[in-house]
Structures are given as C-alpha cells and as structure tokens.
Design a protein around this ligand. Structure first.
Ligand SMILES: Cc1ncc(COP(=O)(O)O)c(C=O)c1O
Length: 411
C-alpha cells in the first residue's frame, strides 16, 4: 500500500487553494521569548530569522502567558498529579484541578456551574451537539467564529433549522425570529461577544431584550449563548467580558482560557442542568482527555490575579495601551473600527497593500496578521493588531512610528 495516489489528490487540492489566493502563509516558529528589559516589553526570536520581534498579534491580552506565577503553578500541579490525566473524565480522569477550575469559572462567570473543554472550539462543537434535537432552531450572527459555524454543521443543523442575521443588525435578528416554524420547541441564539476580525462587541443588551420578547412562544424558550472568547479577561470593569461591558447577561457563556488568561482550554458556564447534560451527552467532553493539571492550575492562578487589585491594574494598563495605539493610528490617518477593545483592525481595503504593509512591518521586527479574502470579504482587507497589557509605552510608540513609515513606503 502506498500513499502516492492520495498524496497526489491532496497536493492538487492544496494547489487549488494556493491558486485561489486562499492559502495561509507558512507558519513561523517562535523559539525563544526574551523577558522585558529597560523600557522594552517581551521580544520573540523566530527560527531562521535574526533579531528580536515585537509581537502585536497575540491574544494574551493581559500578558499572563509568560507570568512566572502561572508557570510555577503549572509546574507544581504537574509534580503533584502528572503531566496528563491518563483517561477521560468519567474513567477516573477527573482530578482535583479540574473540579476546582470548574468551580472557579462558574463563580467568575456568575453562573451556577461550568464545564471545561480542551478548547473553546471543542466547547462550541460539544454545546451544539448537546443542545440540538430535531425541533431546535439556531439563530446566529453572520460574523460568528468558525467554531460556531462548524458546530452547527457537525450537529446536522440544516437550512430549515437555522437563521443567520446581518452582523449586529437587530432588525434583521427580529426578522429571523419571525420566520421560525411554529413546531419548533427550542430556539438557540448564538453570537460572538467580541468579533475577532473587527474587535466590535455584540449589542448584548438589545439581543437579550429581543430574546425575552420571543421567549414565551417556545416551550424551551429563546436561549442566548455568547461566545466571549475575546471578551473574558480583557473587557469590562473587572474583566468579566462583554456581558459586563454591555450590561447584559447571556444564559450560557462559552469562553477560552487561551487568550486573556494566557493558558489553554475552553469552557461552558450556565445552569447545573446544562452541565449535567454535557456530562451525559457531549461527545467533545465525554470521549476525550481533559486538560492537564498544569493547564488548570495556571488558569486558576490567572483568574486569581485578575480578581486581585493587580488585575484591575492590568486592565487599566491594557486600556491605556489600547488608547495610546488607537490615538496614534488615527493621527497617521489610518482607518479603523472605533471601540475600546484591544483588537485594533486597520482597514487597508486592498489585498496587495495589506500584504506589502505586513511584510514591511515584519522587516521592522513587528509581528501582525494580514486578513485578506476569504477570511474577510474583498474590500475589507485588514491588518489586525492586538494590544497587550505587557506592551510598554515604548513598544506602542515604536509600533505607531513603524506604521507611519510603512504607510508612506506603501503609497
Ligand atoms: C469567538 C471565538 N471562539 C472560539 C475560539 C477558539 O478558541 P480556542 O483557541 O480556545 O479553541 C476563538 C479563537 O480564535 C474565537 O475567536
């Protein structure tokens, strides 16, 4: 047996992706993290490249991923309980760190209970599998994350059981609710808290009001689900995320531990009945190993830091850094989507110019990501910058100066 014929077919498929301009750039490999020194923040060394890079494309909004307290917590937990769980949760793969982290996440989310997953991606897949039956109808924002779109496909949600509303358009949301067939028993309304390509929030307060209006029509109600992966830890007065920022409370919260918390893993927070249903019906929870004890211990430490006075300082630093960058970018005359979130999209609106600018920023030792078709529609080509509390004022100054030079070079 040989892979020759399969290889040939796959190579043709990959070539087609390249020919259509949809291919991802080759992955760069980070091989060393240089701690802050003087007025400079973290720098990164890349395999095969000289010099040290300023990273402005990381989701680690609070800069906790290299925090020695998280590393120590993970180290201690691994020494106590090992680096892997050795089994899935229901076959004695549940350790004290899993139970304790779930309790902490439930408290943090102000929900009765929570379940952890290996990622927010698998949390979304599992949630859809758990909640979907033949009489369930899903409604989602047009710009929802890929994991939500994939979750509905995996759960075999067809066109007759799903409606997609125009991004953040509440009139369109109402139109989608109006056309739900009368035999539907359960409506699930799902949306990103912060839209990852744009950094803009969902109008949760309005969404919840609309959901409440339609709720009595269905036996199981209209349930709101927020995937706040980019919001939790980074947004709102105490880092509770978009619900806190927009003053609205979704019924179910999906979050990640892999962005602002600086670790790895995902979660679902909601009622005890939801958690019990996950434990019995959710394949991406039941049939896969849970997070390692080290992941859980580091995440608990991250939440502990966020909930201390230092957490408020980190949020204030993140806000100040974001404002500094947004102000500088505006001065240069670059187009962005206004807002306080540390995702700062720079709308270049041209594929080649976006690629040229990203390349020139890389030459200036700055890591950012260019978003072109099909990640964003033609005409919305964007450079996505992500600010962190670990950036220094000098880092942000340098980034603004570099953008200003690159804009001139790419005119
Ligand atoms: C809205 C949203 N959901 C889920 C994810 C996936 O998170 P994780 O890396 O924990 O799977 C992302 C990450 O990009 C995201 O932006």
């Amino acid at each position: 047996m040989s892979l020759d014929r399969l290889n040939k077919s796959l190579m043709a498929e990959v070539k087609a992706i390249h020919d259509q301009g949809r291919a991802k750039a080759p992955e760069r490999v980070i091989e060393k993290v240089i701690p802050p020194e003087g007025d400079l923040g973290y720098r990164y060394r890349l395999r095969g490249y000289s010099g040290e890079y300023l990273r402005m494309n990381s989701n680690s909004y609070l800069g906790l991923s290299n925090d020695v307290r998280l590393i120590d917590a993970a180290d201690k937990a691994c020494r106590e309980l090992g680096v892997g769980p050795g089994a899935v949760r229901f076959i004695d793969g549940t350790f004290s760190f899993h139970a304790d982290l779930e309790k902490k996440i439930a408290e943090f989310s102000k929900k009765p209970a929570a379940r952890i997953f290996s990622s927010a991606y698998t949390a979304n897949l599992g949630l859809a599998m758990t909640l979907t039956d033949r009489d369930t109808y899903w409604i989602g924002d047009q710009l929802n994350h890929n994991s939500i779109i994939r979750a509905l496909r995996i759960s075999a949600v067809d066109r007759d059981h799903k409606g997609i509303y125009v991004h953040n358009d509440m009139d369109d949301l109402k139109r989608r609710l109006e056309v739900i067939p009368p035999w539907i028993t359960r409506v699930l309304l799902i949306f990103d808290g912060i839209f990852s390509m744009r950094g803009d929030p969902a109008p949760i307060d309005k969404i919840i009001k609309i959901a409440e209006e339609y709720n009595p029509k269905y036996p199981d109600g209209v349930i709101t689900i927020i995937d706040d992966s980019h919001g939790v830890g980074a947004y709102g007065a105490t880092g509770r995320g978009t619900c806190e920022y927009m003053n609205g409370d979704a019924d179910i919260i999906v979050g990640t531990l892999g962005k602002a918390f600086g670790c790895n893993g995902g979660y679902i927070a909601g009622s005890q009945a939801i958690v019990d249903a996950i434990s019995q019906m959710c394949d991406t929870y039941i049939y896969t190993n849970p997070l390692a004890a080290g992941d859980c211990a580091a995440s608990m430490k991250a939440i502990e830091i966020l909930d201390s006075p230092e957490g408020l300082e980190l949020l204030a630093k993140l806000k100040a850094n974001t404002e500094q960058f947004r102000k500088g970018i505006k001065k240069i005359g670059l187009e962005t989507i206004e807002g306080p979130h540390p995702i700062v999209p720079i709308l270049v609106r041209d594929t080649k110019k976006t690629q040229d600018m990203v390349r020139k920023l890389f030459e200036k030792k700055i890591l950012v990501v260019g978003l072109t078709f099909p990640v964003v529609p033609y005409g919305d080509e964007t450079i996505r910058v992500q600010i962190s509390a670990a950036h220094t004022k000098a880092d942000i100054d340098y980034a603004i100066k570099s953008f200003s030079e690159v804009v001139k070079e790419c005119q």
